[in-house]
Design a protein. Structure first.
Length: 136
């Protein structure tokens, strides 16, 4: 039987691993699942900084880029502060991608730890709220 999938197509349950692991361990497991399912992906993708018309190197890295379309950020946290949404939105804009997914593994049911973020030129995510608002 195949794992249930969300709208992103990613597996929603990791029933054979326990809670309490760190992000790198969950990343390794998720990458294994993506490989088994035949998804193309990249790990720890560097994000360049565009500053005054030049491209600079940055220490920022996206956890995963799936099918050269979906930016995936992995978390193992009790709370999901708005900062995580703002971080993913920055990654989407920098990489010129439109869809991102935050996966928080520190939840009893993985589906409850999923948050989809869209990069739309008409919408922005405020640092004080996770609700989209019209850009000025």
């Amino acid at each position: 039987m195949r794992s249930p999938r969300g709208s992103s197509g990613l597996p929603l349950r990791f029933t054979s691993i326990s809670a309490g692991l760190l992000e790198p361990e969950y990343e390794e497991c998720l990458c294994h699942e993506l490989t088994v399912l035949g998804f193309r992906f990249q790990r720890q993708v560097h994000l360049p900084i565009h500053y005054k018309g030049i491209q600079l190197q940055s220490a920022d890295r996206m956890d995963l880029m799936v099918k050269d379309a979906v930016v995936v950020e992995l978390k193992t946290t009790e709370a999901m502060p708005p900062l995580y949404s703002a971080q993913l939105l920055t990654y989407l804009r920098s990489s010129q991608k439109t869809v991102g997914l935050i996966i928080n593994f520190n939840v009893p049911v993985l589906q409850d730890g999923l948050k989809r973020i869209a990069n739309s030129p008409r919408l922005s995510v405020s640092a004080s709220t996770t609700e989209p608002r019209e850009a000025l």
